[in-house]
Design a protein around this ligand. Structure first.
Ligand SMILES: [Zn+2]
Length: 533
């Protein structure tokens, strides 16, 4: 596409780098749901995973390639270390996509060469050429990353990049793997690459970075001023440690300040053409979806998508905003799709209206899932008069999260109050279809429910986070419960939505335990390969 050369390319790595953070583990259906939403958001490239890492990763990348990698959809990419078996696996996994990219990487900093790779600079140089050529034998679109570029010796970095481009890399990505650089340093690094790599005009410069010092977005914007044209980012900035650069912050900075960035892209200062292909109206919805499915909550004061990002609490501000929005608002909440929460359905709405609205919201459910979701919808309709888009999303996401093959919550019943000891009874259906019932006493109703569930499922774990949020305002609102639990070194999350928060709490816990249980079952089957930029 011609217009793309004048636009900033958005490369989303929520499903690869984002998913690498503790507790964010997603199952294949959840990954597909996110990938479909990323396509609606308009990202140019989806890095769907690291195909060689495990059979589960391979399957997720292939399913995304098949389903989301249509000719008018995004490019589907898989990460691969600079090794034959990794690259082959990436190529196989993305085969079904109309537009395919292999992203291969090797470290170039002395500290990584000496301690991690145990290779000399000349060995790294020849591996780069050889592996990029090998990747090129599968597809034309090749991205190459020199891992830990920000700490690599510039002269050697230029040589490696020249070699990669000569061997066929069409995008060269500069990662700040450890989140160490600052805006002016990173800008200078990009400028140095532009000035010193002889064949640089044959490739697009991309940036990748982590937020350990809270500078990832600022670093990227400085890189754009110096010639970077692709940004690797994640929804809500999720990712290893402090996370990646946040997509929504980058996109909105480039939108709100488009006149400032225009000259750097070689456009007239007053050009109003968008700088990215992102449909900003999909931002809020995408943020909620990723937060719900990963169990990683968004902090209230988070830029763009935090619940307070558009709230004006102080009297002076409120007065100003009422007189003219522009007094204290640099962007309209509507731009990110925040004000589109309409009351759409009521208790008497029929199946067709339900199906139609879900379709408009981007959910295409199988007949079976639609039936299940409709039953839930009717249950909620009995308790809550007006059902909004966000309620619908909460319900459907909740249905998607169910893991029907494992434990299923059949009943939860609680008695509590200031004169009684909180007591809970639960019934669960186990993977063999057998119903198991148990009861327990706790310090509160949720504690009692969790103790009762533990008596049935019997997998030791520690609850490390429990949070309740309401989807919309009002006493009859749907409550969303997100929990995170720890088993040995690993963290598993669970999420559920219900008008009854005790039921939501029980379901969220069962969801997290199902993931833990599935991981235990798969442990012998899957050997995870680590690494990444
Ligand atoms: Zn990374």
């Amino acid at each position: 596409m011609d217009t793309k050369s004048e636009r900033i390319i958005i490369f989303d790595t929520t499903l690869r780098d984002g998913e690498q953070c503790p507790g964010a583990t997603l199952n294949i259906d959840e990954k597909l749901t996110i990938a479909k939403q990323l396509a609606r958001l308009g990202v140019d490239i989806i890095e769907a995973g690291f195909a060689f890492a495990s059979p589960g990763d391979f399957e997720a990348v292939s399913r995304i390639a098949e389903t989301v990698g249509t000719s008018d959809g995004p490019v589907i990419c898989s990460l691969a270390r600079a090794r034959h078996e990794d690259i082959k696996s990436a190529a196989d996994a993305i085969k079904a996509a109309a537009k395919q990219r292999i992203h291969t990487f090797i470290a170039t900093s002395d500290i990584h060469l000496e301690y991690k790779l145990k290779k000399t600079r000349s060995e790294v140089l020849s591996i780069t050429g050889e592996m990029v050529s090998y990747a090129k034998s599968f597809t034309d679109d090749i991205e190459f990353s020199p891992e830990d570029a920000a700490r690599s010796e510039p002269k050697f970095l230029y040589q490696v990049l020249e070699q990669a481009i000569a061997a066929g890399a069409t995008t060269i990505n500069i990662p700040d793997t450890v989140g160490y650089t600052t805006p002016s340093e990173f800008g200078a690094l990009i400028k140095g690459i532009k000035d010193n790599v002889p064949n640089i005009d044959q490739a697009i410069i991309s940036v990748h970075g982590h937020n350990d010092l809270g500078l990832a977005v600022a670093n990227f914007l400085e890189a754009v001023k110096n010639g970077a044209r692709q940004l690797e980012c994640t929804i809500n900035g999720i990712g290893e440690r402090a996370g990646n650069a946040a997509l929504e912050e980058l996109v909105m900075a480039l939108h709100v300040r488009r006149q400032y960035f225009n000259p750097f892209l070689g456009r007239p200062t007053n050009s109003e053409e968008p700088l990215t292909n992102i449909d900003t109206q999909q931002i809020y919805k995408t943020s909620r979806l990723v937060s719900n499915l990963t169990g990683l909550l968004v902090q209230p004061n988070k830029a763009i998508v935090g619940t307070n990002a558009f709230a004006h609490e102080s009297g002076i501000h409120q007065d100003g905003v009422l007189k003219n929005k522009r007094t204290y608002e640099i962007m309209d909440a509507q731009l990110i799709g925040l004000n589109t929460n309409k009351i759409v359905l009521g208790k008497h709405s029929g199946r067709n209206a339900f199906r139609t609205r879900l379709k408009e919201l981007g959910f295409e459910l199988s007949e079976n899932d639609l039936n299940k979701a409709f039953v839930r919808f009717k249950e909620v309709g009995d308790k809550k008069k007006e059902i909004t888009d966000w309620d619908l999303e909460a319900l459907v996401n909740d249905e998607i999260q169910q893991a029907p093959d494992l434990f299923r919550l059949e009943l939860v019943q609680v008695s509590c109050g200031d004169r009684s000891r909180p007591t809970a009874t639960v019934t669960l259906r186990n993977p063999d279809g057998k119903e198991l019932t148990d009861a327990a006493i706790g310090t509160g109703p949720v504690d009692a429910v969790y103790k009762a569930i533990n008596r049935v499922i019997n997998v030791p774990n520690q609850l490390i986070e429990f949070s309740v949020q309401s989807v919309t305002a009002g006493i009859d609102a749907i409550g969303e419960v997100t929990i995170r639990l720890q088993y040995e070194e690993r963290v598993f999350s669970g999420h559920s939505a219900n008008t009854d928060i005790i039921v939501a709490s029980a379901q969220a816990y069962v969801n997290a335990l199902n993931r833990l249980y599935a991981a235990l079952v798969n442990q012998q089957k899957q050997q995870q390969v680590g690494g990444g930029v």
